[in-house]
Design a protein around this ligand. Structure first.
Ligand code: GCO
Length: 472
């Protein structure tokens, strides 16, 4: 029984909350030709002049392949309880569909053991964009055999790691590797396909997702928790009037043109077993051909939705049921990527996705790129990142308090790393990496994040909800 004089305990995050950091194989591992790894489409794209900022590549990057023990020690020092990393398909099966490379599997095997010894839960992403080049030469995701290739790869990883790994994320941001990789050509493999073919690529990825999900459920040695990770740029209401909230909710999922960027195009088939009707109408004759059996394969139960959220777009309800975008202030806070700070996207995003799909939400990525360097005092000061993360976490806590089941938060990223077409220009890490020497330096944000984890978020400021939005 509480009395009026008792301090009011306001719950923050759930007790078993996953406080983590995320990385991806091609962005941090390096060791591109070590240990029997085969080439991926990213190795090939990086060799093409003009594709990546200043001709950078993931050939060496953070050399996590060689320095993983040091990196696990850093995670432990920071105080992470979870770590999200991806397995490189061409490291495990160098040509994608042939012989398994024991050296490749043993890298992840040792990493998983090292993490568990350090008290950190390994959370595995099966595909973070490094598609085997040999399979690309066989038609890549356009090949009707691609879902089976992926299912076999998934089975190989599940057989090797599922005695210790229970958290699985299948695909990371299909929107990007399909949209950027196959439609606008800015990412690997660098193709510019028409809508009809893009639709086939996306459909094969959905089939691959469904089959891999079934493989995990049927073969995991320990009860798995399986998720699908979306790139998301949620619409947020310009103010919290019911009409504007409804406009933001609608606009987060609606399609205005054929697109693979819409989360609904991916999640509706996975969760509801059908493509969104507005999308099918817009694709028209270019919509992928599919059967009921396909949709049943895609529509297998999922345990959570992973959302990668960095920003969002304010909207309001306009005339005649139209939604109007509300511009953010000119010169307002933004990151080195020029992504605007919209902390409320970590409230409305989880809320809208949970309402629509009724699944728990994990924030699989959130963070900011900056121009961080090692200061004259030998330390890396990144106050803007601390402020960014604070503002976003306050909003995520608000979602959790409002009843959205939020299972975890993974800061992007543990290390500064190879930021795809941007090369090493963008530094997202809470740990600074000197790419010439491989030297790691904890940034101030890493110490702040450790304190936040130890406090389970109770150190975050209490702002009235409307204030947290206005504060930016
Ligand atoms: C993505 C990927 C990450 C990026 C990060 C910053 O979202 O593009 O999942 O690999 O590095 O999001 O852009």
């Amino acid at each position: 029984m509480s009395s009026i004089s008792d301090p009011i305990v306001i719950p923050g995050f759930p007790d078993n909350f996953k406080w983590g950091a995320a990385t991806a194989a091609y962005q941090i591992e390096g060791g591109a030709s070590s240990g029997g790894r085969g080439p991926s489409v990213w190795d090939m794209l990086c060799r093409q002049p003009g594709r990546v900022f200043e001709g950078h590549s993931g050939e060496i990057t953070c050399d996590h392949f060689g320095r993983w023990k040091e990196d696990v020690a850093l995670m432990k020092e920071i105080g992470l309880n979870s770590y999200r990393f991806s397995v490189a398909w061409p490291r495990v099966i160098p040509d994608g569909d042939g012989a398994v490379n024991p050296g490749g599997l043993s890298f992840y095997d040792k990493l998983v053991d090292g993490l568990l010894e350090a008290g950190i839960e390994p959370c595995v992403t099966l595909f973070h964009w490094d598609f085997p080049y040999a399979l690309y030469l066989r038609g890549g995701w356009l090949n009707p055999g691609s879902p089976a290739w992926f299912a076999r790869y998934a089975r190989t990883v599940v057989d090797a790691l599922s005695d210790r790994v229970t958290s699985w994320m299948i695909f990371n941001e299909p929107q990007c590797f399909v949209g950027n990789g196959h439609q606008d050509g800015s990412h690997a493999p660098g193709d510019k396909l028409g809508w009809r073919e893009v639709g086939v690529v996306a459909h094969n990825v959905l089939l691959a997702h469904g089959r891999a999900c079934t493989v995990i459920r049927e073969h995991a040695k320990r009860r798995p928790t399986v998720g699908f990770v979306m790139a998301s740029w949620p619409r947020v209401p310009a103010d919290e009037s019911p009409a504007n909230v409804e406009a933001a909710r609608k606009e987060t999922f609606i399609m205005h043109a054929p697109s693979v960027w819409s989360s609904a195009w991916w999640l509706d088939p996975v969760v509801f077993g059908r493509y969104p009707e507005d999308g099918l109408r817009l694709y028209g004759a270019d919509a992928p051909a599919f059967t009921d059996a396909d949709m049943r394969e895609i529509n297998v139960p999922l345990d959570f939705i992973g959302l990668n959220i960095y920003s969002g777009g304010p909207v309001r309800a306009g005339e005649g049921g139209k939604t109007v975008a509300v511009p953010l202030p000119v010169g307002g806070p933004s990151t080195l990527f020029h992504w605007k700070l919209v902390p409320e996207s970590l409230y409305w995003g989880p809320k809208f996705f949970h309402e629509r799909y009724k699944l728990p939400i994990w924030i699989a990525e959130n963070g900011m790129s900056g121009h961080d360097w090692v200061s004259i005092d030998g330390r890396v000061h990144d106050p803007q990142r601390i402020d960014y993360l604070t503002r976003y976490l306050v909003e995520l806590r608000r979602a959790s308090r409002d009843g959205v089941p939020v299972g975890g938060y993974f800061v992007w990223s543990l290390l500064d790393n190879f930021e795809w077409a941007e090369g090493f220009k963008q530094r997202f890490g809470i740990v600074h990496v000197d790419y010439a020497t491989g030297r790691r330096t904890l940034k101030d944000s890493a110490s702040w994040y450790g304190r936040t984890i130890r406090a389970n978020g109770t150190n975050l400021p209490e702002l009235p909800p409307a204030e947290s939005a206005k504060a930016v």
